[in-house]
Design a protein around this ligand. Structure first.
Ligand SMILES: C[S@@+](CC[C@H](N)C(=O)[O-])C[C@H]1O[C@@H](n2cnc3c(N)ncnc32)[C@H](O)[C@@H]1O
Length: 235
């Protein structure tokens, strides 16, 4: 089984909840964190959802902050189409909303032509899929460039954890979580996940985000190896 099969656009919403402990709360927490940031707290703030996938963060943003002017970007046409349909059917992509309709871009963050336009950004489970061969740095640099100075980014990703004598038990627990959540082929899915993704440790993440123009990452969430960080673009 490949990650592309496990996480294709039609099965994504179910499978991601079976794979990742706490996924159901991630978007809610990410939006609440950004909403408390100095710039994005203001009414009508411009917020970028980078790698919006099927729209989890967008739905939550519309629920908590209907005044935000949202830009949603993702290079995958199928994911973007699912997100657009979901938000549209829920009546959440409309000029009647305080923040207006959502701006949709089929694009990577790196291709986005945004110069310090956004008050805040969300990036949930995206950086992990980029290799640490310059691609992660390019993604983070583009995010920093897209934010106004002082703008904050909520970054959630699969991290490479410190090995401990209890690591085998942790990995068994993750598989147990996935089986109990009804994921068939949990071991294969986890194996494919670890092959298809490029998790890094905290020291490397800190070096990359600093090079990109962000402050040190503040840890705000951790469930097994999935960690969430709050970052601020340096002035
Ligand atoms: C695992 S999904 C996460 C989707 C959503 N954020 C969530 O948490 O459900 C990762 C998404 O990031 C998108 N993506 C990958 N590389 C990207 C890039 N360089 N810029 C923006 N989005 C990217 C993929 O197309 C995919 O839809």
């Amino acid at each position: 089984m490949s990650v592309a099969i496990a996480l294709n656009h039609s099965s994504y919403d179910l499978v991601v909840q079976q794979l990742i402990p706490g996924y159901a709360s991630l978007a809610r927490l990410a939006v609440a964190l950004l909403a408390a940031s100095p710039l994005a707290a203001a009414s009508g703030s411009e917020v970028l959802v980078a790698g919006c996938g099927t729209g989890a963060e967008l739905l939550e943003a519309r629920s908590q902050r209907p005044d935000w002017q949202l830009t949603a970007i993702d290079p995958a046409a199928e994911m973007l189409a699912v997100a657009r349909q979901r938000l549209g059917e829920a009546g959440l992509d409309s000029p009647q909303i305080a923040g207006g309709g959502i701006t949709w871009c089929q694009s990577t963050v790196e291709e986005l032509d945004a110069q310090a336009a956004f008050d805040g950004a969300l990036s949930v489970l995206v950086l992990q899929s980029l290799a640490d061969d310059g691609a992660k740095l390019a993604f983070l640099t583009a995010l920093a460039r897209s934010l106004r100075p002082g703008g904050q980014l909520v970054l959630v990703d699969l991290m490479r954890s410190e090995r401990s004598p209890l690591q085998a038990q942790v990995e068994q627990a993750w598989l147990g979580f996935q089986r109990a959540s009804g994921l068939s082929g949990a071991a294969e899915a986890l194996d494919a996940l670890s092959q298809g993704l490029h998790p890094i440790g905290l020291a490397r993440l800190t070096a990359l985000v600093n090079a990109a123009g962000f402050s040190d990452p503040a840890l705000v969430f951790k469930a097994l190896d999935v960690e969430g960080f709050l970052l601020q673009r340096q002035a």
